[in-house]
Design a protein around this ligand. Sequence first.
Ligand code: GTP
Ligand code: MG
Length: 396
Amino acid sequence: MIWLKKVLIGFQSGKGKFNLMQKIEKALLLIANLNQDKKNLDYRIEEILNLCDTGKVDVEGIIVQNLKKPQRSYIGSGKLQESKREAKALKIDVIIVDDELSPNQQKYLEDFFKIKIVDRTALILDIFASRAKSKEGRLQVGLAQMQFLLPRLAGQWSHLERLGGGIGTRGPGETQIETDRRLVRNSIKKIKKDLEKVKTSRNTQRNRRIKNSFNISLVGYTNAGKSTLFELLTKKNTLSSNMLFSTLDTRIGKVHFGNSKKCTISDTVGFVDKLPTVLVDAFKATLEELKYSDLLLHIVDCSNPNFIRQIEVVNELLDDLDLEKKEMLYVFNKIDKLNENGNDTLVQKINQFKELLTDSCVSISSKETINIELLYQIIQKHIDTSYNRVIEYTFK
Ligand SMILES: Nc1nc2c(ncn2[C@@H]2O[C@H](COP(=O)(O)OP(=O)(O)OP(=O)(O)O)[C@@H](O)[C@H]2O)c(=O)[nH]1
Ligand SMILES: [Mg+2]
């Protein structure tokens, strides 16, 4: 829990931003595989390894246990002993757990391993904290960190209780927890107030911008290639990198089409499976831009064997945001990677999926600029149709 303490002290001193992983640390990864979900296990491992890589953690070993139901100690006691031996042998600095731990589970594992325990949510929060650049982004992530911290504060003072326990030791510990809780609650209140202010000024700017223009938003799973396409279409230099959550804050640019109608395009945060609940609000706030879009371009990394699951994750979140009725064009990106050997089954899967989508789909490569002209034409058609709709409506 030392890092949580750091977050708290940081907010007290007004800095408000912390990296959980300052240097590259050696990690042991624990995975409880419920119901022996073999099909998704490889994908799950690949994704958490990517997250670890992005969070600058070196995974030295992975321990998976198949379980029928969740355990109080996350995995069974035999596997825990094995993990402890492994952690010692590999000189591990941190245990990464690929699920969100309850405060009790967190405390149990900390007491057992006596080294830092970082669950999936803490890892994602840390990546977000190091990525957030705008004032709003930083406030949103700070708020999520505080909300995550609050129920976990109790564990941090257990060392005082252990100094003998019983009378005379519990008092100061308990009081400190209460003080910490109050400080965190006060910070939460302050961040919420600051966020309201930022929101009002953003709404004013947006109202000015969306008037009279056709607004396109890029949405999609993290690492699908949204920023690369944004860069290509706007000729802007944005951050695109082979890391998860490169983009956190929505960026807006202009695109020029043949007709005179003004067109804006926004690049948004990538989606991820099992999004931590404390981050849902932050996501919804950054994605507010989508409500004002006339067209969503759903960018799919079709070279990823799990692209269908990734599409589902994105669509579920869009549903949550009440955006399921928005006009959407599926953009199958990274087709250049499909020429590699051994991709036949994947290509077959893509073709089957595309048949279901009929005309609302286009395959491109943003990196190799394949079919970009075609994408322009399709977008142009959407703009023309929407423009005609407006004219019909006005003259009726
Ligand atoms: N081979 C290939 N790589 C691509 C293509 N488009 C993007 N990439 C690579 O995929 C990685 C992720 O690209 P980004 O544009 O940062 O992806 P993103 O969707 O913005 O990611 P987040 O901001 O993390 O959600 C980068 O290494 C890109 O160079 C493509 O068409 N082909
Ligand atoms: Mg991006």
